[in-house]
Each structure stands twice: as structure tokens, then as C-alpha cells.
Design a protein around this ligand. Structure first.
Ligand SMILES: [Zn+2]
Length: 103
């Protein structure tokens, strides 16, 4: 009788251990799925942010060019085309140096 109880106990331990292994494996797979999903989403968003940032820079440069703004050679601030002094650092804007800034 005692052997029978012991055997049943062993079987129950084995059954629970297998169930636990299975559930932990399933949990791990869920974590992997979420991680993969998040990483892919972040990568996609990053690419879109990079593209949008590039477009913003391009349009800003275009606007500066169309407005004829001049760049300070000392602090790189953009100034109105008719400016004589930089509106940030106050240094005199030299036409010769500013024209080299065209890129
Ligand atoms: Zn300046």
C-alpha cells in the first residue's frame, strides 16, 4: 500500500514538472514574440523618423536659400540677407566668407 502511494506521488511530480516545463516554454515564446514585435516596430519608426528628419533639413535649407539668408562664419547662425551684424553673436558679417558657405 505504501509503495502504491509513493508511486502515485512520483507520477504526480513528473506530471506537474512536465506541465510546468511546457508552460514556461510557452511563456518564453510569448516574451520572444513581444520582443520581436517591439524591435521591428522601433526599427520601422526609426527609419520613418530618419526619412522625415532628412526631409525637414532639406526643406529648411531650401527655405534659407530662397530667402537669401546668410550664415555667420563665427557661430553659424542664419541671418536676414540685409544683415550687417550677426543677430546671435554680434560679429560683423563678411560678405566674402559668407558666400563660401553655399553648399
Ligand atoms: Zn554669429
Amino acid at each position: 500500500m505504501a509503495d502504491r502511494v509513493l508511486e502515485e506521488r512520483e507520477l504526480e511530480i513528473e506530471r506537474l514538472t512536465k506541465q510546468l516545463d511546457y508552460m514556461e516554454q510557452e511563456l518564453l515564446e510569448k516574451y520572444c514574440d513581444v520582443g520581436k514585435f517591439v524591435l521591428e516596430k522601433v526599427e520601422r519608426e526609426n527609419r520613418e523618423i530618419d526619412q522625415l528628419t532628412d526631409q525637414v533639413i532639406k526643406v529648411k535649407k531650401e527655405l534659407i536659400k530662397v530667402k537669401g539668408e546668410i550664415r555667420c562664419p563665427y557661430c553659424y547662425q542664419y541671418n536676414e540677407p540685409e544683415s550687417i551684424y550677426c543677430n546671435r553673436c554680434g560679429k560683423k558679417l563678411e560678405k566674402k566668407k559668407l558666400e563660401e558657405e553655399d553648399d
